[in-house]
Design a protein around this ligand. Structure first.
Ligand code: NAD
Ligand code: UDP
Length: 339
C-alpha cells in the first residue's frame, strides 16, 4: 500500500495459475473476424460443416470481403454476421476467436497504410481484450511477411526476419509483427490462451478478382486471354498453399493442446513467379503471353516455409498440388468472370 492506494500488479500471482480452463463442450461458439474474406469464408464453411454443430459469428467490415462469400449461411440459426470494424470494441460471448480481419493483398494494404496498421494493432488489441474478458482461445492470422526479405531459407519459426521498417510494405509486415507481440504479451501477462499461425501465400476459389495477388492476377488474365503480368525478372519465388489445406491447418492449430510458439502453415513447394506463370498457362490457357512489368518496392526475393513444426506439433501437412489447386480455382474464376 502506497499513500492509501493498493498496488495490485506487483503482488498479483501469474493469472494462469488462478483461472480455471473454460468449459468446452463439443459445440462451441466461434468468432471469425475477417470471415467474409477469402480464407475466412472457407474457414467458416468448414467450421459450420463440422459434426460438433458449432455456432459461428463472423465479424467483418466488408473492406475487402463480401457477403456473397457467406451467402450459403445466412438464415442458418447457427450463423450470425456482424458488420463491425475490429479497431473498435466489441462484446460477444464466445469460446474461440479466429482473428483474420486485415487486408492481405499488397494492393489492398498499401491503399490505406495507416488503416492497415490500425487494423493490425488496434484490431488485434480489441479482439485480445475480448478473449481475455470471456476466456476465449485466440488464434492470430499472422503471416510469412513477418520474415520480410528473408536472409535464411527456408524460413523456420526461429528466424527473426529481415523487415524494412520504413518501406511501403511495412504497414503490413510491422503491423503483423506488433500483433504477434501483443498476442504473446496478452498470453504472458493476462493468461490468454493463444495460437499464432504464420500463414504463407494461399490461393483458391473466392479470391477477389481484382485483389492484385499473383495467382488471382494470372488466373484471371489467362481466362480473359490477357498477357500474364510478371513483375521484375520473375526469378523471385513463393510457395503456394491451397485454401482447404490452409483451413485444415488453422483448425488443427486452434484445437491442438500444448502449443508453445508460432507455427508456419504453408506449402513448401516453392516456385519462381516465372515457373508459376508457366504452370498457369499450361493449366488454364496455353495461348497467353508473358508481359514483364516493373518490380514493386521491397518485394521479398524468396519464400518457403519450413513446416517441420506443423508436422510434429499438429500432424499437419498440405495435400493439394499446385496444378490441381489452380484447376479448381480456374473453375470458380471462369464462372465469376464469364457470369
Ligand atoms: P481478405 O482480404 O480476403 O480478407 C480479409 C477480411 O478482413 C475481409 O473480409 C475484410 O473485409 C476484413 N477486414 C479488413 N479490415 C477489417 C477491419 N478493420 N474490421 C473488420 N474486418 C476487416 O484476405 P485473406 O487472404 O482472406 O487473409 C485473411 C488473413 O490471413 C489476413 O489476416 C491476412 O493477413 C492473413 N494472411 C493471408 C495470406 C494469403 O496468402 N491469403 C497470407 C498470409 C497471411
Ligand atoms: N507478382 C507478379 N505479377 C502480379 C502480381 C504479383 O509477378 O501480377 C509477383 C510479386 O512481384 C511477388 C509475387 O508475385 O514477387 C507474389 O506477390 P503477391 O502480391 O501475390 O504476394 P506477396 O508479395 O504478398 O507474397
Amino acid at each position: 500500500v502506497e499513500g492509501g492506494i493498493t498496488i495490485l500488479d506487483e503482488h498479483r500471482p501469474p493469472i494462469t495459475q488462478n483461472v480455471p480452463p473454460p468449459q468446452r463442450g463439443p459445440a462451441l461458439r466461434i468468432c471469425v473476424t475477417g470471415g467474409a474474406g477469402f480464407i475466412g469464408s472457407h474457414l467458416v464453411d468448414k467450421l459450420m460443416s463440422m459434426e460438433e454443430g458449432h455456432t459461428v459469428i463472423v465479424v467483418d467490415n466488408l473492406f475487402t470481403g463480401s457477403k456473397e462469400n457467406l451467402a450459403q449461411w445466412f438464415g442458418n440459426p447457427r450463423f450470425e454476421f456482424i458488420r463491425h470494424d475490429v479497431t473498435f470494441p466489441l462484446n460477444l460471448e464466445v469460446d474461440q476467436i479466429y482473428h483474420l480481419a486485415c487486408p492481405a493483398s499488397p494492393v489492398h494494404y498499401k491503399w490505406n497504410p495507416v488503416k492497415t496498421l490500425k487494423t493490425s494493432f488496434l484490431g488485434t488489441m480489441q479482439m485480445l481484450g475480448l478473449a481475455k474478458r470471456v476466456k476465449a482461445r485466440f488464434l492470430l492470422a499472422s503471416t510469412s511477411e513477418i520474415y520480410g526479405d528473408p536472409l535464411v531459407h527456408p524460413q523456420a519459426e526461429s528466424y527473426w526476419g529481415n523487415v524494412n521498417t520504413l518501406g511501403v510494405r511495412s504497414c503490413y509486415d510491422e503491423g503483423k509483427r506488433a500483433a504477434e507481440t501483443l498476442t504473446m504479451d496478452y498470453h504472458r501477462q493476462e493468461g490468454v490462451e493463444i495460437r499464432i499461425a504464420r500463414i504463407f501465400n494461399t490461393y483458391g476459389p473466392r479470391m477477389s478478382l481484382s485483389d492484385g495477388r499473383v495467382v488471382s492476377n494470372f488466373v484471371g488474365q489467362a481466362i480473359r486471354g490477357e498477357k500474364l503480368t510478371v513483375q521484375g525478372n520473375g526469378q523471385q519465388s513463393r510457395s503456394f498453399c491451397y485454401v482447404s489445406d490452409m483451413v485444415d491447418g488453422l483448425i488443427k492449430l486452434m484445437n491442438t493442446e500444448g502449443i508453445d510458439g508460432p507455427v508456419n502453415i504453408g506449402n513448401p513447394n516453392e516456385f519462381s513467379i516465372l515457373e508459376l506463370s508457366a504452370i498457369i498457362r499450361d493449366v488454364v490457357n496455353k495461348n497467353v503471353e508473358i508481359d514483364f512489368v516493373p518490380q514493386t518496392q521491397d518485394d521479398p526475393k524468396q519464400r518457403q516455409p519450413d513446416i517441420s513444426r506443423a508436422k510434429a506439433w499438429l500432424g499437419w501437412e498440405p495435400k493439394i498440388q499446385v496444378a490441381e489447386g489452380i484447376k479448381k480455382m480456374a473453375t470458380d474464376f471462369r464462372t465469376r468472370i464469364r457470369g
